[in-house]
Each structure stands twice: as C-alpha cells, then as structure tokens.
Design a protein around this ligand. Structure first.
Ligand code: AMP
Length: 427
C-alpha cells in the first residue's frame, strides 16, 4: 500500500512544538494588541488578480504562486503573503482610519524547499493603513523589535533603507539602469535578466559577479527627494529615541515590488545567511489605490514564524511550554472512577489524565511516572468501598501534609473533598 508523506516543502508540527507555536502566536497577539492592533482573518485563497498587483517583476508573483482554476472557472491563488489580501479586505469593508490590523497563518510559495525555506510557511503580519506619518513606520518596526525581545531573542539586527518616493525613485532607477548597462558584460546572465525586469532587484543579487558590480552602484539614499529624505530622517530619529539600534544598508530591496520610502529587515545572526531573514516590511503608499481603493498610504511587516522558532532554537530561548499532566488517575476498579475523576478535574481546569485498558496497578503507576504528573490519585476496591481517594505525590513532588510529619507520604481523602485537596496540592 502507498505510504504518503507530507508534500515537499510542507511539514507536520506535532506537540510539543505545536504548543510552542501557539504560545508564540499568543505573545504576538499580546504585543500587537497592546499597540492597538486588532486581528483580521482573511481567506487562504484570493482572486489571482489581487496578488498580480504586487508587481510583475517579483519572483513571488511570476514564479511562486500556487494558482489554479477552480471548478467555477475562477482564477484563484493561495496567498503568497498577507499584505495584498488585507488591503483587499480593507477596500471591501472600508474601516475607520487609521486601520491597524494584525494577522497570522500560512502562506504558500512554490520555492525550492530547503532548511528554513518551505512551500507552506507561516507569518505573523501587521499593516497600518491611513497615515503617512513616519512615526507609524517607527511604531511598526518597534512592534517587531518588541516581539523578538518578548520571546527572548537578542541576536537580531535591524537593517533599514529608503526606496524613495514617486518623484525620486524613477530618477534613481534611470541612474541605476545607466550604471548597470555600462557594466552589462560584468553581470551574471541572471543579473542581466533581472535588470531587464527591475534594476532594483539586481542590488540584492547574491551572485559574486553581480555583487562586484553592485559595490559601486549609485545608491537611492544619494538621490532622495527632500520629502523622502525628511521621512527617512524622521524614522531614524524615532528609532534612536526608542533606543532601537539599526544599520542602514543601501542595497536592501525586498522580494515584492510595492515598497516606497521605508524598507526594513530583521536579521537573526544565529542562523545561516541563507535563511537568516526572520522578518521584514516597509511602506507601500500606492498599493491601496492599485487595489481599487482611495489613495491611502500603508506600512506593515511580515515575520516568518518558522525561522523565528529556528532562531529561538539557536539561541536556546522560548522553550516549549510544559504541558505535562498535573494529575494521573490510577483506577484498578474497572475504569469508571477514573473517567468520573478525570472529568471532574478537567472541568475545574486541572490537567488530568489516566491509563486505559484496565491495566495492572504496577503498569498504571509506570504510566503515571512517565506522564510527568505531580500527583497520582489512586482508586482501588478499598478506596471505592470507603468512599475515599488516595493522593500520592509523584517522585520529586511533596504533599502538603496537614500533620506536618513527613512530607512525601500518601493519604486518603474523602471523595467529595478531592477537588479541593488537589487544588491545594497544585497551588
Ligand atoms: P516576505 O513576505 O518575502 O517579505 O517574507 C517575510 C518573512 O517570511 C521572511 O523574512 C522570512 O522570515 C519568511 N519567509 C519568506 N519565505 C519563506 C519560506 N519559503 N520559508 C520560510 N519562511 C519564509
């Protein structure tokens, strides 16, 4: 019989990693919530046209989309990122400005799978629509920074750049094109192909040949308009005021074409350079109008959850939460008492588990040991007849002994008192 495996570039996340995952999203929800962001849950798939607006020169749009025709003949794509879908929702629902929204979930890109690069991966994302104030760029960057701090990451660098605005960017693009054209022979074949699509993307080529040419290329920062320069200066001043260290990298461009003004990336130096980008974003004034809305400015980021957890591993922080049971119920009378006790304890929020299949006392105690529970509750025929339950602290845990003699003994507790006594013990 065929044995199936998860499709290439996809993964199963099992407990305890899944518990850690959930805890990570909880921290993000907390950090974003404190900053006034509300959650939005958008569909996993959208009309292909939504994402085509992201720019025809980005690999994400041209090569990596999971697009298909559905049974109704619609052109559909699995979301390759969050921003465009969130803007589509914004245009559709017209919420009050400024709109501050966060989202989390899977995104899909047809990439060559490797460590830290998947076809289904996960992001947390924020977008702010409705203000061009550079202070909001700072707030968004600071939110990402705070999130990394909240989960305990310290080996993270913030890199920023400006991509200019509608006035200065075309001037810069022309200068850049002129420069690269003059050095066409020195570029790699791929570099030349990229140049034809978008000269900016040549700047982040990793090929040695291209890198050698890029070193002396003109930079956007030298061509900024007065307004774009003022915006960039304000962002830098804001970051400095918040004591957030940053580097400026004039070669920083990003996979998607829509960025204007501020661009930033978070780099985890604990990871290999092929997957050390753990998040990034920027300002994208103009994209809302592209998607049929008013000309509303926006700024946001997407952080890669899979890679953030890899960075946590590398730094030895943000362990999986301890989710072992509090209480293990051992029942040698057939199992019904364990069923009732577990149900009562679980309803009261106590993590209770038990053994099945009417095993021997010895085998159930072994299972209790393995479970990591702090307390075993024993019900045998004597307990059942006397209307009591025996509380036995597990290895390394002590029982609150009312008589104050030894503190590691077991004791019988009236069945109707058991919840109160268990809660006291677990306190
Ligand atoms: P992007 O939407 O391309 O700006 O990516 C935002 C973040 O998502 C990156 O900084 C990475 O952390 C993460 N990321 C991008 N592509 C992948 C991938 N194929 N697998 C895992 N994480 C990814």
């Amino acid at each position: 019989m065929a044995v199936f495996q998860a499709a290439p570039g996809t993964r199963d996340i099992l407990d305890p990693q899944s518990a850690r995952w959930r805890a990570l999203i909880d921290v993000f929800a907390q950090v974003a919530g404190s900053a006034g962001f509300g959650e939005i849950r958008t569909p996993l798939f959208e009309d292909l046209g939504v994402f085509l607006r992201l720019g025809e020169s980005s690999d994400v749009v041209t090569k990596q989309m999971y697009d298909f025709e559905d049974k109704g003949g619609r052109r559909i794509t699995l979301r390759p990122e969050f921003t465009a879908g969130m803007i589509r929702a914004f245009v559709q629902h017209n919420p009050a400005l400024p709109w501050k929204a966060w989202a989390e979930g899977s995104v899909f890109r047809y990439e060559k799978p490797q460590k830290g690069r998947y076809r289904q991966f996960n992001q947390v994302d924020v977008e702010v629509l409705g203000t061009a104030d550079p202070m909001i760029d700072v707030e968004v960057i600071a939110l990402g920074w705070q999130f990394y701090r909240a989960i305990g990451l310290t080996n993270v660098r913030l890199v920023i750049n400006s991509l200019g605005d509608a006035q200065c960017r075309p001037v810069y693009l022309a200068a850049l094109t002129e420069y690269f054209t003059a050095h066409l022979g020195e570029l790699s074949e791929e570099g030349r192909a990229t140049l034809a699509l978008n000269p900016l993307r040549v700047l982040d080529s990793k090929r040695d040949q291209d890198v050698a040419v890029v070193v002396n290329a003109p930079t956007m920062l030298d061509s900024l308009s007065e307004e774009a320069r003022a915006h960039f200066d304000a962002v830098r001043a804001g970051l400095t005021a918040l004591d957030i260290p940053f580097e400026i990298d004039t070669r920083l461009v990003r996979g998607l074409d829509y960025y204007r003004y501020t661009l930033f990336e978070f780099v985890a130096d604990s990871l290999d350079s092929a997957q050390n980008a753990i998040g990034g974003g920027g300002r994208y004034d103009g994209l809302v109008a592209e998607l049929g809305g008013d000309d509303v400015p926006g700024v946001g980021f997407g952080l890669g959850v899979d890679r953030i957890l890899m960075a946590c591993d590398a730094e030895g922080v943000f362990d999986a939460p301890d989710r072992s049971a509090d209480v293990f119920v051992v029942d040698t009378t057939g199992g019904l008492e364990a069923l009732k006790l577990c149900s009562q304890l679980q309803s009261a929020g106590v993590r209770a588990t038990r053994a099945y299949d009417n095993r021997s006392m010895k085998s159930q105690m072994k299972a209790a040991d393995r479970s990591g529970a702090r307390l075993a509750l024993l019900v045998g025929s004597n307990e059942l007849a006397d209307g009591v339950v025996t509380m036995r602290p597990m290895r390394g845990h002590s029982i609150g002994d009312p008589v104050g003699e030894t503190n590691a003994v077991q004791r019988a507790v009236a069945r109707e008192q058991i919840l109160i006594e268990v809660e006291k013990f677990l306190q």
